[in-house]
Design a binder for this molecule. Structure first.
Ligand code: GLU
Length: 416
């Protein structure tokens, strides 16, 4: 089995360990780690200049034993095959852990969306959708937003797919705009889930949530909503950052105002009264809670010994490397793993898919209260497994998830 470090190697190592505890054989471990299908496409896009540019796109379908594949599409210069493969595997465990009837997938296009116009992104999205359309669908594989994609991109996916089918198929993607069947509460769901879990984790670790100081790395859809809600619910957010750098204000930031400042100036830097910090410095601030909500591989073997927080809540996918995991563990820092901490997004995606299929709309209070209930219950389930002797919360979550997928694979048997 590949064990080549990074996100993929780290996830494989967790599966290996979970398999040893559950008593799974090597053949099962291979089936559980290797993706079932990797779709690679070339996406020709007419640039606004008239030139033609070719982009690489991927859709990785990791494991479909428990239901249709589910997972986001990201547009990023590092959305390379191995990365997307690892992220697809994380989705399998995330959906299983949360008891959502889905398998795991992830898609990506290697591009820098900051250098593309809105029209270019639309053409890229429509061509990507056309290339992968035979492999996606409400019962096959249901994409959603991820890094640098959002409701608008999902609308183009839905429209392109529907044009090919000849009728409207809202349930082919989640994270859509409300006007075409999106769910109330979906855009804020990941950040909300992070907030619910952070509150629970503070309680479990003897930290007073209301007084807790928090640093949030990343101010995209997940980081900005998490920072805002943590603030609203009473924690003190003292630092936030985006890709161009961060800001620190020990007395606490008014996150809604920081959002306004970013909307005006393009970045959080220079917010009144705050001191500029780099993204690296933000991770080392003396705070109670650190929320990495940007990209993978941020807390590494190099800087994990400098993390001062008591609690790390992984709002991004894979922000902590396996080496860092070990160092944090040795230092007694509790880590709430990505497949639990950021599962609020896919959970409300599930609600959206259900609403689309039933053609019956939930109000936002129902969405939020069902989300809060699931996040709280799952946090406690993982914590209980951890406290019953598992080495850390990540392994506890993997153990629960891997066992569920292994059971599904075994119970279905092998065809033919
Ligand atoms: N991209 C998000 C994630 O990593 C959401 C996936 C979904 O809603 O399907 O969990």
């Amino acid at each position: 089995m590949a064990n080549d470090g990074g996100l993929w190697g780290g996830a494989c190592r967790c599966v290996d360990r979970a398999a040893a505890r559950i008593g799974l054989d090597k053949a099962m471990v291979d089936r559980l780690t290797q993706p079932e299908r990797v779709i690679k496409v070339k996406i020709p896009v007419r640039r606004d200049s008239g030139d033609l540019e070719l982009f690489d796109g991927y859709r990785v379908q990791h494991n479909g034993a428990r239901g249709p594949y589910k997972g986001g599409i990201r547009y990023h210069p590092h959305a390379l095959e191995d990365e997307v493969k690892a992220l697809a595997m994380l989705m399998t465990w995330k959906c299983a852990l949360m008891d959502l009837p889905f398998g795991g997938a992830k898609g990506g296009v290697v591009c820098d969306p900051k250098k593309l116009s809105r029209e270019e992104v639309e053409r890229l999205t429509r061509r990507l959708t056309t290339e992968i359309r035979r492999f996606i669908g409400p019962k096959r594989d249901i994409p959603a937003p991820d890094v640098s994609t959002g409701p608008e991109v999902m609308a183009w996916v839905m429209d392109t797919y529907s044009m090919h089918e000849g009728y409207t198929v809202p349930e082919v993607v989640t994270g859509k705009p409300l006007s075409i069947g999106g769910s109330r509460g979906r855009e804020r769901a990941t950040g909300r889930g992070v907030t619910v879990v952070t509150k629970e984790a503070c309680r479990s670790n003897g930290l007073e949530f209301e007084d807790a100081t928090v640093a949030v790395q990343g101010f995209g859809n997940v980081g900005s909503v998490a920072a805002e809600m943590l603030n609203e619910w009473g924690a003190r957010v003292v630092a936030v950052s985006d890709s161009s750098g961060g800001i620190h204000l020990p007395g606490g930031l008014d996150v809604a105002e920081v959002g306004g400042h970013k909307a005006e100036t393009g970045s959080v830097s220079g917010f009144r009264g705050s001191t500029d910090v780099t993204n690296e410095e933000l991770l080392e601030l003396d705070v109670d809670v650190l929320v990495p909500a940007a990209l993978e591989n941020q807390i590494t073997g190099e800087n994990a010994s400098l993390v001062e927080a008591d609690l790390v809540v992984e709002a991004a996918n894979g922000p902590t490397t396996p080496e860092a995991d070990e160092i944090l563990g040795e230092r007694g820092i509790t880590l709430v793993p990505d497949i639990l901490a950021n599962a609020g997004g896919v959970t409300v995606s599930y609600f959206e898919w259900v609403q689309n299929i039933e053609n019956y709309w939930w109000d936002v209070d129902r969405v939020n209260s069902e989300l809060d209930e699931i996040m709280t219950r799952k946090f406690r389930e993982v914590r209980d497994v951890y406290e019953s002797g598992e080495e850390d919360m990540r392994m506890a979550a993997y153990r629960i998830a891997v066992e569920k997928v292994a059971n599904a694979v075994r119970d279905r048997g092998l065809w033919p």
